[in-house]
Design a protein around this ligand. Structure first.
Ligand code: ARG
Ligand code: GLU
Length: 729
């Protein structure tokens, strides 16, 4: 009924290639802007349809939208949606928590979880949400004491000392505060960010993975999309509404601000805005750096992960228990694997290396004779010096560090070593307890056949692709001694005490019999620990040190290069690269053309879920309940009417907002500041937007809030949660 307009318009666009390309030439919506400086963008936002003011977005004097947005779990975004601390984020952001509460008997990943009252909400020790209290330009204070002519080391130390003092002072202002000074534009500017950190965050609800991860890794990063990627948490505070550690006595947090929900949905062309914490972008790097990423690093990392994923997939499809154990790990490995493929392709398609080269030539022409002259050439040579080391570092991360047993064993031994090294029995107990917890978490989700096969495949690749001069001696010796990666694996996995959790427990218990000391030679001689330590030593001493040394020289040059870019591009507002600080991205709902002759509409519906539904394919096997609801058209009030007059349920939509990893779970906000969706992904063809933004192809993917409400209401039967929310229409 309400959204008819949307479909007519979208279909009209699809029908005409000419019209479609007219739509696609809409002005670029690139950029992730600092909320406290949003007054510089508000004119443009309003011109594009936004109806609120800069103060509504960010204010230090009154409650504003920023008070309803949190950094969730250190890597995602979440938003408050009730006066009682109810919080929305993605299913994939709450995934680790949902998994931790799951076992074969209570499989919340598979079946979903819904707390039917507050007493059933599940605590998650270690999970934190951060509210941004305020942010402020502290460049002057950070550089106080810096004098031209100082060495870079001296400058660094000035920056560090001042930053610590500024942050330390800010933290003393209230309860639960945490402050950081962050560098923007490669150290041309510094901002203080003060957060209020809440530590009692409970799981309230999650749909089954067949909804929350519908389409799985097959559909991940893809459009058209039908993933119900949401989960619900609640923030708890002490009785004075202040942050507190988990306690049964804590009460739901009353936020300064929470989002009202609009059921109005979107039409193509509508203004949308994303408020969240993008993690990392590199929009200003030189062509040489882009070449390394798209032609060397991405292809190699992809190949290494393909090997691991094939092995995991084989064992996961053979056993439900292994599927639960590896679900979270597998999703993490697969996610970047697929993103890199889109990124690499997007960079090539946009000809970014060549385009950047041309810009660099123009820049150097402009810079001739100035302080900026020659920077690009210097960056190029540093990058070329660094390349073999960066490559080795990539291999370390994707091979040695990807082997689970050896990474765990080395870390476990480090903790026990610590226990042996301290003099106070209390500290020793603490260190031993932390090793014990590490072991418990590790063995819960460990399946050795996967790890052993991965070891063989990865060591073979390491052997083949790392030049002999760069290999650790330990590696060459071991391969020589055993003759093959298989034989090496047989020996290592066969002889390590870590291969058997009960043997490990017995060994450690015997070593700790006197209650204080621990004879850790037992562990340091273990082949798994040895592998972890030897590779780590090689990496730390021979690789990382060089990468860091050259890396800081590079960053330094970027400080000047960035400053030069700002002068060179005077008429263009340059946004700072993402660094996991709060940003505003705005744009509009738009379809796109992924290939010649094809146009994607910007919105999906439950019809697409039914088209994909297939009981024989794990990723597309929806709950029977959803099939029944569909058959009965029992949609409640969460509906739209499509172009053919059919009553249906909206599921996802795409828009031109510039987002990145970390924007998962971000509120998608309409022109009136009301919540219309939850951001959870980007389209595959546009994943190069961390490096270069193509307005024709870069789209963020959001979940329509009406689908979220439909699932809560109709599938979960958790309408009491909806009663807590506030609706605008
Ligand atoms: N691509 C999204 C992001 O980068 C979703 C990842 C989780 N989903 C998955 N199927 N692995 O985080
Ligand atoms: N899924 C991503 C995340 O976890 C967001 C998608 C993206 O990278 O844009 O933050």
């Amino acid at each position: 009924m309400m959204r008819t307009v949307f479909f007519k318009k979208a279909l009209a666009v699809a029908a005409s290639a000419v019209l479609a390309s007219a739509f696609l030439t809409v002005k670029a919506d690139e950029g992730m802007w600092l909320p406290s400086l949003i007054s510089q963008r508000i004119g443009d936002m309003q011109a594009k349809g936004f109806r609120l003011s800069a103060e509504d977005i960010y204010s230090i004097n009154q409650a504003s939208l920023k008070d309803a947005v949190v950094l969730f779990g250190g890597g995602c975004t979440g938003e408050l949606i009730s006066s009682e601390g109810l919080l929305l984020t993605n299913h994939h952001c709450g995934y680790a928590q949902i998994q931790k509460h799951s076992s074969v008997e209570h499989d919340y990943l598979k079946d979903g979880f819904w707390a039917m009252d507050r007493s059933e909400e599940l605590p998650n020790p270690g999970l934190e949400v951060w509210f941004l209290d305020r942010m402020e330009d502290v460049t002057g204070a950070v550089l106080d004491g810096y004098e031209p002519g100082m060495t870079e080391q001296q400058r660094d130390s000035v920056v560090r000392t001042n930053s610590e003092a500024i942050a330390g002072k800010a933290e003393k202002d209230g309860t639960g505060l945490r402050a950081d000074v962050e560098s923007l534009y490669y150290g041309n500017q510094y901002f203080l960010f003060v957060y209020r950190v809440f530590k009692d965050v409970r799981l309230v609800g999650a749909p089954p993975s067949s909804i929350g991860k519908f389409g799985g890794d097959t559909d991940n990063w893809m459009w058209p999309r039908h993933t119900g990627d949401f989960s619900i948490f609640r923030i708890y505070a002490d009785k004075d509404n202040n942050p507190a550690e988990y306690s049964e006595d804590n009460v739901p947090y009353i936020p300064k601000k929470y989002f009202k929900i609009s059921l109005g949905g979107v039409s193509e062309g509508d203004f949308t805005f994303i408020y969240g914490f993008p993690g990392r972008t590199q929009e200003y790097i030189v062509s040489e750096a882009v070449r390394y990423i798209s032609e060397i690093s991405d292809p190699h990392k992809i190949a290494l992960r393909t090997l691991r994923l094939d092995i995991q997939d084989r064992y996961m499809s053979a056993s439900q228990a292994v599927r639960i154990q590896y679900s979270s790990k597998n999703a993490a490995v697969s996610n970047s694997w697929k993103k890199w493929q889109g990124e690499m392709r997007g960079i090539r398609k946009m000809n970014t290396v060549e385009t950047k080269k041309e810009n660099e030539r123009l820049f150097e022409e402009w810079a001739a004779g100035s302080e900026y002259s020659g920077i690009v050439g210097r960056l190029d040579s540093l990058y070329r010096l660094m390349e073999p080391y960066a490559f080795a570092a990539d291999y370390y991360n994707e091979t040695a560090r990807a082997i689970e047993l050896t990474s765990f064993a080395a870390e476990y031994a480090r903790r026990l070593e610590k226990a042996a090294g301290v003099s106070s029995p209390d500290e020793a107990t603490q260190a031993r307890e932390s090793a014990k917890r590490l072991a418990a978490a590790f063995y819960k989700d460990y399946y050795m056949p996967i790890d052993k096969e991965s070891f063989i495949a990865l060591m073979d690749m390491f052997d083949r692709n790392i030049p002999s001069g760069f290999k650790p001696e330990y590696f060459t010796e071991s391969m020589g001694r055993y003759g093959s990666a298989e034989a090496w694996a047989d020996s290592l996995f066969g002889n390590s005490v870590f291969s058997d959790s009960s043997a490990l427990t017995k060994t450690v218990a015997a070593a700790c019999a006197d209650g204080v000391g621990t004879d850790i030679t037992l562990l340091t001689d273990d082949p798994a620990v040895e592998f972890g330590n030897e590779f780590r030593k090689w990496y730390m001493e021979g690789i990382r040190s060089v990468v860091q040394r050259l890396g800081s020289e590079i960053t330094l040059l970027y400080r000047d290069y960035m400053k030069g870019q700002m002068e060179f591009n005077k008429d263009r507002a340059l946004y700072p690269d993402a660094n996991l600080t709060l940003r505003v991205a705005y744009g509009s709902v738009q379809g796109y053309s992924p290939a010649d002759g094809t146009y994607y509409l910007p919105m999906s519906t439950i019809e697409g879920i039914m088209q994909k539904d297939n009981p024989d394919i794990f990723d597309y096997n929806i709950p029977q309940r959803l099939r029944d609801i569909y058959a009965e058209k029992d949609y409640g009030e969460w509906t739209v009417t499509d172009a053919s007059g059919r009553l249906t349920v909206p599921v996802c939509f795409i828009a031109t907002n510039h987002t990145s990893g970390g924007n998962s779970g971000s509120p998608v906000i309409n022109a009136d500041g009301d919540l219309i969706g939850i951001n959870f992904d980007r389209v595959w063809e546009g994943t190069m937007s961390d490096i270069v933004f193509d307005p024709d192809l870069c789209r963020n993917i959001s979940l329509d809030i009406r689908y979220v409400l439909f699932i809560i209401d109709k599938v979960a039967g958790a309408g009491h949660l909806i009663d807590e929310m506030t609706f605008t229409d």
